[in-house]
Design a protein around this ligand. Sequence first.
Ligand SMILES: Cc1ncc(COP(=O)(O)O)c(C=O)c1O
Length: 403
Amino acid sequence: MSAKQWAGIMEGDESYAGSRSFFRFQQKVQEITGYEHIIPTHQGRAAENILCTLMGGVGKTFVSNTFFDTTRGNIEFTGAEALDFLVPEGKIPGLIAPFKGNMDVEALENYFIQHGTSHIPMCILTITNNSGGGQPVSMENIRATSEICKKYGIPFFLDACRFAENAFFIKKREAGYEDRSMLSIVQEMFSYADGCTMSAKKDALVNIGGFLALKDESLAQSAKNLLIMTEGFPTYGGLAGRDLEAMAQGLDEVLEESYLTYRLRSIEYMGERLQKSGVPMLLPTGGHALYLDAKAFMAHIPVHQFPGIALVNALYLVGGIRGVEIGSLMFGKYDENGHHIAPPMELVRLAIPRRVYTQSHIDYVCEVIEEVYQKRHSYTGYEISYEAPLLRHFTAHLKSITP
Ligand SMILES: Cc1ncc(COP(=O)(O)O)c(C=O)c1O
């Protein structure tokens, strides 16, 4: 966090109700999103949990470009299903395209036509698309998704964790936005939706926090009632006044173009170097992370033996670098015969903490990846020895398969 954010931590108003810090936070989120009802939560998944508890249930289907794992988990926990409609180019790691996080609007509408919409409580567009490589969604696509949802009467939400990174990609890549201010781009993005969930640990630049922001008053009322049971009173929602101050300040700073330039360029720099060494990765590089293409990297390990886990473990053992598998462990399913169904991609995400690393840290990470790539054939696959029924990748135990 910045000096001003830490200063906010010292100045937080800890009144139980009516805290000045809450009003500062509320006003900032209202300014950015244009939504009236702002509900703080202790992090993003708590906002998702409230929304999914209210809107989910057995027989319901939520739709998205790609659900993040906790969103999917919160949906499935209610007995509902979660379906992704990512554009085809988003599933080809090496293909260069400007907006690989886009919703496949045509496929989405076809699904509505074929299956009806009475069982669909909500569409959630993840910007940027974390599980799909930190890839942005264009303004045109946000607008088109919003229009289809309106046409079929389906509430349209943003998973807005990386709204500023997404907006900066729009400014850099989408015609007509190059001279617009960051604030006006962000406001336009939010204007197409009915509400959003937010993990403030991302584009509010804080260590803990989140929120749910809504247009609809009666949904907001129900959400606040649930919040009181799970998170706390609506003016602090599981946080302290100081956290609300830091979030308000962070939401200001995240729209600074110098910060966003540094942010996107750090990842791009890492990608340029690794591409020269032939390391397979998802291209173009994303907003917050570099995603290695584990299926190509560990091509000798079949997907049901978790090539992404083999790569994650190798990076940790060789260089102490902690990444995360986004592939068969995170999103794999079983068919009725217990056989593995793999997701479209096997990725390893190396998310770069904001305002932490220097260029030499990034160079070190690249050296470790290059070393692992050179000895990639020496690594073996894994099998699961313990898994939880939902979000198994957080706590699963795996053992290596010795040849
Ligand atoms: C796209 C997206 N949505 C939701 C979440 C969940 O947020 P939190 O970790 O604050 O619960 C994350 C966290 O990584 C995320 O990247």
